[in-house]
Design a protein around this ligand. Structure first.
Ligand code: R1P
Ligand code: URA
Length: 295
């Protein structure tokens, strides 16, 4: 059945509603960044740039690096933007915009987030780089999706992570139910590096109370950070918190894509310190990630 005009929304030039892109505009490796201003910081390393597009917070550059086609796209901040970005990126590959039908042969692409985050382990140095092996979502986005089709991916181990997590962190009834997804195993192997720490990342539905920050308002659960800091799953611990990774992992798995998230640690939420040179750290994150793509 063709998708109706208010499900698959196309603009007058037949590009997709929010990203303003056409099928074919994205490479099958897309680096995802939160900040639109980070897009040119990534694409300045490309050998060629064939496409630049901006709509709202969604900025896209596509080109080549060492002969391989590559895209970088900004998602903006938070779960709501990831819902839009991931559904629309998938549509560009897996929906026929003319017939409005889902393609018979589905494509699976690589989605690699390059983000910033706050460390939640005292001994995790500022300006370090973290690979997310497991992401735990506090944002609730994935709870709106039917996850029965994801049983083939990693739901069994997701269940054991989330059971262990729920046993450790008391889930107040006003909080959305937490969920967990792993990074893609092939990409995790590719990004194995002694200079990249690896562990669990939590994705929060905001920057202030959801990350236990206080300006004029107090968080409702003052013990959350300590509970997260002390959680262990086998050898793994929660290293950092930010606002998109679990949504990207969850949506990518449900849609059959391959996700990975790598973050720069700009804040240490236990010591209260903040990076003295965030720009330099973000550039190092970008260069590290692109060098792994290029080889
Ligand atoms: O630097 P980006 O990729 O935006 O990521 C982090 O920074 C933003 C908050 O400052 C949130 O989006 C958070 O996830
Ligand atoms: O502490 C931080 C730093 C960057 N991004 C976040 O979401 N939290």
């Amino acid at each position: 059945m063709p998708l109706g005009p208010s499900e698959l929304i196309l603009r007058s030039d037949q590009s997709i509603y929010h990203l303003a892109l056409h099928p074919g505009d994205l490479a099958d490796t897309v680096f995802l960044v939160g900040d639109p201003a980070r897009v040119p910081l990534v694409s300045r390393h490309f050998d060629t740039v064939e496409l630049t597009k901006t709509n709202r917070e969604f900025v896209t550059h596509t080109g080549t690096l060492t002969g391989k086609r590559i895209s970088v796209l900004s998602t903006g901040m938070g779960a709501g933007n990831i819902d839009i970005a991931l559904n629309e990126i998938d549509a560009l590959f897996n929906i026929d915009f003319e017939t409005r039908e889902i393609q018979k042969e589905l494509r699976s692409i690589r989605l690699i987030r390059l983000g910033t985050s706050g460390g939640i382990q005292r001994d995790l140095p500022l300006d370090s780089i973290v690979r997310t092996d497991w992401a735990i979502g506090f944002d609730g986005l994935l709870n709106f999706y039917d996850q029965s089709a994801a049983a083939r991916t990693n739901m069994i181990s997701s269940t054991s992570v989330i059971n262990a997590f729920n046993a450790h962190v008391e889930q107040a009834k006003w909080m959305p139910e937490c969920y967990a997804f792993a990074g893609d195993s092939g990409l995790m192997k590719q990004y194995d590096d002694p200079d990249i720490a690896s562990g669990i990342t939590t994705t929060q539905p905001g920057f202030y109370a959801p990350q236990q920050r206080m300006l004029r308002l107090n968080p409702r659960n003052p013990n959350l950070m300590h509970a997260l800091e002390t959680f262990r799953f086998g050898e793994s611990q929660i290293l950092n918190m930010e606002m998109e990774t679990a949504c990207i992992y969850g949506m990518a798995h449900l849609l059959g894509h391959q996700p990975l998230s790598i973050s720069a640690i700009l804040a240490n939420r236990i010591t209260g310190a903040f990076s003295k040179n965030p720009e330099q750290t973000i550039n190092r994150l970008i260069e590290t990630a692109l060098s792994k793509f290029a080889t």
